[in-house]
Design a protein around this ligand. Structure first.
Ligand code: SF4
Length: 243
């Protein structure tokens, strides 16, 4: 992994994406929630040719997110998009036993919902890939500041080793939005309504000026701003080996 880091550490985000497509071909995909960072990378990758994207449709997304997905499919025909849904039986068992909005009742319930609606579908999306690309930025959370441009990761359910690439790790929020404006990139209109980070509708709110960028995620919990896609159950980066 150190060799790969040496190969990309001085490259721009667009150059890292080009490198990733060249290196991993059809075995690399961008994980996208269609947030601002993801739209930047979708635009960059579209300029390189065909590319794979997967998104997790938890069944609880904002309507605005679905609208953006439609918009992105039209704007970027180079995008090979795979929409991952949660296991129907698991969702039915969960909501029938614990309630449709179980996540508000306890951290345990919230993690159970994220597991069924995100972690298990993520594991299926990553199966068969050698690498995945994320829109993580270092200044979003303390956990993320400990990440690197390229890491060894593990698929949650299988523990299969996979490379994780974070091309925008060192970008600022301003850089993201400057790119979007300069390149006329479509984006989720919720960003204009105070949502810097957009996830599931019941678990995301707008933030006030000056609040932390992740303050709108699971706002009823005191200090947990990750869903488990990038951290372990204790909030530590157990699935990522920083190299
Ligand atoms: S973010 Fe909320 S609704 Fe979405 S999977 Fe997690 S707990 Fe469930």
């Amino acid at each position: 992994m150190e060799n790969l880091l040496v190969e990309i550490k001085d490259r721009s985000a667009a150059e890292i994406l080009a490198w990733a497509l060249d290196k991993f071909g059809a075995k690399v995909a961008l994980a996208s929630s269609f947030g601002a960072e993801d739209m930047v990378m979708i635009d960059m990758m579209a300029k390189l040719g065909q590319f794979k994207v997967f998104t997790l449709d938890t069944g609880r997304l904002h309507e605005e997110t679905y609208q953006l997905i439609c918009q992105a499919r039209e704007r970027y025909p180079q995008m090979d998009l795979r929409v991952m849904f949660p296991d129907r039986t698991a969702v039915e068992e969960m909501v029938n036993s614990k309630g449709i909005n179980l996540f508000y009742e306890s951290v345990e319930n919230r993690k159970a919902c994220c597991y069924v609606r995100k972690i298990e579908p993520l594991s299926r999306a990553l199966a068969g890939l050698d690498a995945w690309i994320t829109g993580l930025r270092a200044d979003q959370t303390p956990n993320r500041s400990a990440m690197n441009l390229i890491e060894t990761d593990r698929v949650p359910l299988t523990q299969q080793t996979i490379v994780k690439i974070n091309p925008l790790l060192h970008w600022t929020n301003d850089q993201v939005w400057n790119y979007i404006k300069e390149n006329n990139v479509p984006y989720n209109v919720l960003h204009d309504r105070g949502f810097p980070s957009i996830g599931c509708a019941p678990c995301t709110r707008a933030i006030e000026p000056g609040e932390d960028l992740r303050a709108g995620r699971w706002w009823w919990e005191l200090d947990n701003k990750e869903c488990g896609l990038h951290v372990g159950a204790e909030g530590k980066l157990v699935r990522a080996t920083v190299t």
